[in-house]
Design a protein around this ligand. Structure first.
Ligand code: GLU
Length: 433
């Protein structure tokens, strides 16, 4: 009889992993440990989940505007390709590490499988503060990075997309560079492109829209009316800002926001449309007039019903999870909740809607973009938004039902649904040779 592989102990770490306590990779591994007991005979293949299939580290040297040469550290990790080509964004951030990109790639594997998209999981990143680069330097860095990872990406191999600090312009440069290198026009090599280059309507707002759609369904299921609900949002970019706008349109009050520039509070609800305009102009929430300034950690103790972490990993620590007054957490960010915080939320009866379903709207519309590029036939925005809602809410309901059946938190349920699909594909494909 086939025996399941016992869960890896943290001593079984891959040799190049630091094992640093707040490593997102360790958070991911802890999440995998929690799902293995539910995988039955498929647990035989669980070790597949605990290591990336392929990880590429690239040197990205560019000439700066002042004539000097600088080298940046770039990564592309393909965590799993059992169900289809790699898919996941590219992040530009000064704290990017291989370990972080590995975790983000792994969460893409789980996310794509949880939603039922025909992709594996991948992610890329460059360790850089893009605000310190000129437009031309940003273009040169993006093009050199794309050329360096050109050996592993492609419309059928691995399809990058935007993530933190990357956008449609950067995707246009990536598409152009890849196309120049292969001697053709390959629109399907990246998603999140400008509309003129084969981008999809609705892609820019898709992640925030997905947070709202899934959040509304989750709220309905716990009997929390969206009308009048108080919302606290961390991160006011493409995810948090859009989700906040949609919740405000639906009658919720966005009472607190926090980003890398500061925090704001307004008990009867911030004017989200004006705040979005302020953020576009000033690149942060700081300095917005019509609100009180909210200092540092006070954000986490704010009186709210729904908490939306939509910035970076590891923000919800055990202490912050104990402090929050929210009834529900909607993970707009990837990996915002540490495993110890998950336990606190569970004990306190606070519903956590995990990243792998909550923020899957972006990659879902990326999938629509890729399909449209292949067929060279483009859909209307209404059609895209309707399909997005149908797919995401359908996937959420399946996860909800799994959670009820197994009596586990939504995150474990999402991992059960996803890992069964990934490992089933793994088992059916078999080992080569
Ligand atoms: N970066 C987004 C995510 O974390 C989208 C990835 C994609 O569209 O491929 O899900």
């Amino acid at each position: 009889m086939l025996q399941p592989v016992p869960p890896a102990t943290r001593q079984d770490q891959l040799s190049y992993i630091t094992g640093h306590a707040d490593s997102p990779w360790l958070t991911y591994l802890a999440q995998v440990d929690r799902v293995v007991p539910y995988l039955g005979p498929l647990a035989r293949w669980a070790e597949t989940l605990r290591r990336p299939k392929r990880a590429l580290i690239v040197d990205v040297p560019i000439e700066m505007d002042d004539g000097t040469v600088r080298h940046f550290e770039g990564f592309r990790v393909q965590h799993n390709l059992s169900r289809g080509p790699g898919k996941g964004g590219v992040r530009y951030h000064p704290q990017v590490t291989l370990e972080e990109v590995m975790a983000l790639a792994a969460w893409m594997t789980v996310k794509n499988a949880a939603v039922g998209l025909p992709y594996g999981g991948a992610k890329g990143g460059i360790r850089v503060d893009p605000t310190q680069l000129s437009h031309k330097e940003l273009e040169r860095m993006t093009r050199r990075y794309t050329s360096e990872i050109g050996i592993v990406i492609g419309p059928q191999q691995d399809i990058p997309a935007p993530d933190v600090n990357t956008n449609p312009q950067i995707m246009a440069w990536m598409m152009d560079t890849y196309s120049m290198n292969i001697g053709g026009t390959a629109t399907g090599v990246v998603t999140g492109k400008p509309i003129q280059l084969g981008g999809s309507l609705g892609r820019v707002k898709a992640t925030g829209r997905g947070v709202f759609e899934v959040g509304r369904e989750a709220a309905r299921r716990i009997g929390l009316p969206v009308q009048g609900a108080r919302i606290a949002v961390q991160g006011f970019g493409n995810v948090g800002g859009v989700a906040a706008e949609l919740f405000a349109e639906a009658g919720a009050k966005v009472v607190a926001v926090q980003d890398h520039t500061g925090g704001l509070y307004k008990g009867d609800g911030l004017d989200v449309v004006r705040l979005s305009a302020h953020v576009r102009e000033h690149h942060g929430v700081a300095g917005f007039q019509d609100a009180e300034v909210l200092g540092g950690d006070d954000f986490w103790g704010v009186d709210c019903d729904i908490l939306i972490p939509a910035a970076l990993e590891g923000q919800l620590t055990e202490a912050r999870a104990r402090r929050t007054k929210a009834k529900m957490v909607l993970e707009g960010a990837n990996g915002p909740t540490l495993p110890a915080a998950d336990d606190v939320f569970n004990d306190r009866g606070i519903l956590v809607v995990p990243d792998v379903i909550c923020n899957a709207g972006g990659v879902t519309v990326s999938y629509f973009e890729w399909v449209q590029d292949f067929s060279s036939f483009f859909w209307s925005e209404d059609e895209i938004n309707a399909r997005l809602e149908r797919i995401l809410v359908g996937a959420f309901v399946a996860i909800w039902e799994t959670a009820e059946r197994l009596k586990v938190p939504l995150r474990t349920a999402a991992f059960v649904v996803a890992c069964e699909r990934v490992l089933q594909a793994r088992a059916e494909r078999g080992l080569y040779p």
